[in-house]
Design a binder for this molecule. Structure first.
Ligand SMILES: Cc1cc2nc3c(=O)[nH]c(=O)nc-3n(C[C@H](O)[C@H](O)[C@H](O)COP(=O)(O)O)c2cc1C
Length: 366
């Protein structure tokens, strides 16, 4: 209430990227000493055994993760457990640092509960992140790796850059995500093409990383494209999960409520509420098709416990969000986790894992 009535209206008067940077700074300060952390923990943290899961050998205290793109350079890892997150995904990180696309890079569309994102993989680079991730962390950390956002001339050069990023980070964090779905780069989403994805995964396989590898997919894929991607992933046993989904790039299919002048001419992919129907449909299809082989991580437009539960019942084992927290404030995570426990109890489940896929035609694999 306080966030929605007082804090958000003030924050939304400022430039979104400035607010993002200030939030990261505040989070960094909040996570830097035990007193502020204890205060934040008292206000926002929530735990319940029904929310705990072991996934790919990693223990997740709850299923709600901070999606890639908010804590790009891993400055918040000390505070996020106290804000209530069950894990976080840092990045997307690239082998070389990148200052990002030209401004404006973030645009709010409040009527659609969405954000237009045009960062273009702004990040500190894999070498800096490798140092930052050396210490211990309290919740699982996924490291999202993408291709450096520049105009590589050959496919081999693109794959070599990607491999360099993974090589530098493969001993860090608890899992590695290969982000093949950033819509704001030189050759956006090309690696959704099964042939190119195959070449990429072949290269990643040569690195023999011991960490589970997840693939982050675009929200714009058709069912046929998703099937082809699953067919390619099936050739590589190190691929353990699919993160569904990234931003929506194809605006033609969207019926936006916001006035045109707010988004016309603004480049970028869209997050938030409008992603949910596409992500949910893909989650369900991926789970029914390959839920015995992959962990499905649902992402896109999760604002409430009901949203989260819908993703879980359609096959997601873990969840991620950003925009729900921007519109709902830091208490969103606690609210979702508490609500999830209530929904599980209502339906007679004792843990999240019992509810995974309950609304699909596939029985939950154990
Ligand atoms: C500010 C912002 C930056 C993002 N940057 C990245 C990124 O670097 N890598 C990535 O895989 N996804 C990125 N995303 C996409 C999110 O991880 C997520 O897939 C998408 O926003 C849908 O979730 P949401 O509706 O909960 O925000 C970004 C999203 C936002 C809002």
């Amino acid at each position: 209430m306080i966030y929605e009535w007082i804090v958000r209206p003030v924050l939304f008067r400022f430039d979104p990227e400035f607010v993002h940077d200030m939030t990261v700074l505040a989070g960094r300060i909040g996570g830097s000493n035990p007193i502020t952390r204890a205060i934040i923990r008292t206000a926002f943290s929530y735990s319940n055994p029904a929310l705990e899961q072991e996934v790919c050998g990693v223990r997740f205290p709850n299923p709600i993760g901070l999606a890639a793109g908010f804590d790009k350079d891993c400055k918040l890892m000390h505070v996020l457990p106290d804000v209530g997150f069950g894990y976080e995904e840092v990045g997307s990180i690239t082998a070389e640092p990148y200052e990002g696309n030209p401004n404006p890079r973030l645009t709010r569309l409040p009527e659609d509960k969405s954000i237009i994102v045009y960062y273009g993989l702004k990040n500190c680079g894999a070498r800096v992140l490798r140092e930052r991730l050396k210490g211990k962390h309290c919740i699982p950390i996924g490291v999202s790796v993408a291709k450096t956002n520049k105009d590589f001339k050959t496919l081999n050069a693109k794959i070599a850059d990607w491999k360099e990023g993974v090589q530098l980070l493969k001993e860090r964090g608890d899992y590695i995500t290969i982000n093949v779905s950033c819509p704001n780069t030189f050759d956006p989403e090309n690696f959704n093409d099964p042939k190119l994805l195959n070449q990429l995964l072949k290269g990643i396989g040569e690195l023999k990383t011991r960490k589970p590898i997840f693939i982050k997919l675009s929200a714009d894929l058709t069912t046929e494209q998703l099937d082809s991607i699953i067919d390619v992933c099936d050739r590589y046993s190190f691929v353990k999960g699919l993160i569904i989904a990234n931003l929506v790039k194809d605006r033609k299919k969207l019926k936006l409520k916001s006035p045109k002048h707010m988004y016309e001419g603004r480049k970028g992919g869209l997050s938030g509420k409008i992603v949910k129907p596409y992500a949910l449909k893909m989650v369900r299809h991926a789970y029914e098709r390959a839920g015995d082989r992959y962990v499905i991580i649902g992402c896109g437009g999760i604002f409430t416990a009901e949203d989260a539960y819908e993703f879980i019942r359609n096959g997601a084992t873990l969840l991620q969000l950003i925009t729900g927290m921007i519109y709902g404030g830091p208490a969103t995570i606690k609210r979702i986790n508490k609500g999830l426990v209530r929904l599980l109890e209502r339906d007679g489940y004792t843990s999240i894992s019992e509810a995974v896929g309950a609304a699909t035609s596939r029985q939950r694999r154990l």
